[in-house]
Design a protein around this ligand. Structure first.
Ligand SMILES: C[S@@+](CC[C@H](N)C(=O)[O-])C[C@H]1O[C@@H](n2cnc3c(N)ncnc32)[C@H](O)[C@@H]1O
Length: 210
């Protein structure tokens, strides 16, 4: 383990304990999916839960459900009557959603919508207080632009993986890295928001709509 991994483990060990259903979901995701590293994990999950507790959103949008780990972390911080709409392209993950959304006792807060998130974001009439963007990185900028019109004032948009395993620092960036780097610069100069990038896990761009 290198120093960063050691510190990450230390932070997990000294943060509130992961719920049993999340531990089981994480384990089953590792056993049964090809890219388990896509799952948010305990540290980021606890942060998402606490941000939801702080901001008390009524409507959350998650773009990219995968097996539902972050969905459940956010749902566990929600108050009465609040809801998460979570978007996932691949119906093959529905097994995890059916099993763990019910097991957690949080399914009444969650609506999972299968299909392309971009079409949903473009066409929805819903307004959101809190958005977790965590699907195709090439879509971040267009989703961000569309979402700005659908956010309630003071709403938060969180974009995940914005440090792209440190590759944003490379001089010669591949296409995906350049798109993420351009997104970060675009947000930083956008007059409708203020933001801070948290160097947690793969980097979260925390964006507040003014
Ligand atoms: C990084 S994973 C999400 C992880 C999850 N938010 C978590 O923290 O546990 C990204 C997910 O986005 C989904 N996805 C990719 N492109 C999408 C699109 N255009 N519309 C909806 N979902 C998409 C992928 O199938 C994948 O399950």
């Amino acid at each position: 383990m290198n120093k960063t991994e050691e510190l990450n483990t230390y932070c997990i060990q000294n943060s509130s304990e992961e719920a049993q259903y999340l531990r089981e979901l994480r384990r089953e995701t590792h056993l049964k999916t090809l890219r388990p590293q896509m799952l948010s994990g305990p540290l980021q999950g606890q942060l998402l839960k606490m941000l939801v507790q702080l901001f008390k959103p009524k409507n959350i949008l998650e773009i990219g459900t995968f097996t539902g780990y972050a969905t459940l972390c956010m749902a566990s911080g929600l108050g009465l009557g609040a809801k998460i709409y979570t978007l996932e392209l691949e119906e093959e993950y529905a097994y995890f959603h059916h099993k763990y959304f019910v097991l957690s006792g949080l399914s009444e807060h969650i609506e999972c919508i299968y299909g392309d998130a971009n079409a949903f974001v473009e066409n929805t009439d819903l307004a959101f207080d809190f958005v977790f963007m965590d699907a195709g990185k090439k879509d971040y900028q267009s989703q961000f632009d569309l979402l700005l019109n659908k956010m309630n004032s003071g709403g938060m948009i969180l974009a995940d993986n914005v440090l792209w395993k440190g590759r944003v620092l490379e001089e010669k960036k591949d296409k995906m890295t350049s798109q993420i780097d351009e997104f970060n610069a675009y947000v930083q100069q956008h007059e409708a928001v203020e933001n801070v990038i948290l160097p947690i896990r793969d980097g979260i761009n925390l964006i507040r709509v003014l």
